[in-house]
Design a protein around this ligand. Structure first.
Ligand code: ATR
Length: 275
């Protein structure tokens, strides 16, 4: 029996067990995927205990992604660059850190209408990333290659530290100045927890975005956040956080089982209907 799970705090709200257990069933494999609640000071001990119990690995979520990268014996180059991991694999008593969030994000910006717009109207030049927590690094990495990427975060130091991991195309700016930076941007991504059920709303002025801009929210509860509603109203392309969640799980499932999960679109539809 394959055993794996997602470790975080809070974690009860996580949809990951639904996704993986659906895929275990679909491929006819005996597997059990659980949400593991764990506070920061017990992270290492808990990871090592589950490894000793024969688990294949763990997905890592708030607030442990940095800690997970630090704890690992081996890190893939992306983890090394962004300093955060969302996947720990246990192999022969060693911990290997990977980050699949980038692949999830890459998939979520493949909104077909947006891709078409890009192809016909010219390429995106500027992206604004709101937040510099564990989810922001892989997104900046994926956007890297655009001429201008701006990272803004309530705690400015964290934005600075993240930008320092890249080159001069990535700048950090203060949270108070975010609306200025939105002017003329082609991509805006919310990586903060603002706008999530039970959290304060995200306040950002989208009116200065370029026509045909893409707005991505990694929040998926609710699925249509205020940010995405506002973006739709203004005629921008949008992508919600569920796509990223499902598609970051694809390579993780493969790492646990050696199998590609069948039809990610199916579980995406099921969860979309429920949310
Ligand atoms: P994750 O791993 O999901 O990124 P995280 O590392 O705790 O979680 O990051 C949460 C993000 O939401 C951070 O960018 C955080 O800003 P700080 O670094 O200043 O904490 C942001 N965030 C949370 N509450 C916020 C609020 N009330 N206003 C502005 N930003 C907020």
């Amino acid at each position: 029996v394959i055993r794996a799970g997602v470790i975080g705090d809070p974690v009860a709200q996580s949809l990951s067990p639904r996704i993986y257990n659906h895929w275990f069933d679909a491929v006819g494999m005996a597997g059990r995927y659980e949400a593991v609640h764990c506070e920061a000071d017990r992270f290492e001990e808990t990871v090592r205990r589950l490894m000793a119990e024969g688990w294949q690995g763990l997905n890592v979520t708030i607030p442990h992604k940095t800690r997970a990268a630090d704890l690992a014996d081996y890190r893939n180059p992306e983890v090394e660059q962004i300093g955060a991991a969302n996947l720990l694999l246990f192999r022969d008593g060693k911990i290997i850190a990977d980050n699949t969030d980038r692949r999830g994000f890459a998939r979520s910006r493949l909104n077909p209408q947006y891709v078409h717009y890009q192809a016909t109207q010219g390429r995106a030049r500027k992206a604004v990333v709101l937040g510099a927590g564990g989810a922001a690094g892989p997104i900046v990495l994926d956007l890297w290659g655009l001429p201008e990427i701006v990272v803004t975060n309530r705690t400015f130091q964290k934005a600075e530290r993240l930008a320092d991991r890249f080159d001069e195309h990535v700048r950090s700016v203060r949270w108070e100045d975010r609306n200025l930076e939105v002017q003329g941007a082609d991509i805006l991504v919310n990586t903060t927890s603002l706008g999530m059920k039970g959290q304060p709303p995200l306040e950002v002025d989208l009116s200065g975005l370029n026509p045909g801009a893409l707005v991505v929210d990694i929040v998926y509860a609710p699925l249509r956040t205020q940010l995405l509603q506002e973006a739709e109203k203004l005629g921008f392309f949008t992508a919600n956080g569920l796509t990223m969640l499902v598609y970051q799980a694809v390579p993780s499932f493969k790492a646990y089982t050696g199998l590609r999960p069948p039809s990610p679109e199916k579980i995406l539809q099921i969860l979309t209907r429920e949310l």
